[in-house]
Write a protein of this length. Structure first.
Length: 95
């Protein structure tokens, strides 16, 4: 039985939609300075949330939105990080 309880909500850094934490994909900026897609939601570091839609991943990396994304992560995204995130976003389309 799933009990109705208060679910923590987060907003997508790209489109701003509020969703239950579990419905968003967490991107984490680890203490090692690496940016990773946190599949488990349990990785340590500063997290930013994105919808599981390729549009949002694409949007988060455009000039107007990237500042917000980087602020949430408390770090700058390197070209390598951006490539990794873009690839992840593209893989979402394939689903
Ligand atoms: Zn979104």
């Amino acid at each position: 039985m799933v009990k109705l309880k208060h679910v923590p909500e987060r907003s997508c850094v790209a489109c701003g939609t509020k969703r239950a934490k579990g419905d968003l994909v967490r991107v984490v900026h680890t203490s090692q300075g690496e940016v990773a897609v946190d599949e488990t939601g349990k990785m340590n570091g500063r997290g930013a949330y994105l919808c599981g839609r390729s549009e949002c991943w694409e949007q988060a990396l455009v000039q107007q939105k990237i500042g917000r994304f980087e602020r949430a992560l408390r770090g700058k995204l390197t070209p390598t990080d951006k490539a990794k995130l873009r690839a992840h976003g593209e893989a979402l389309t394939a689903k």
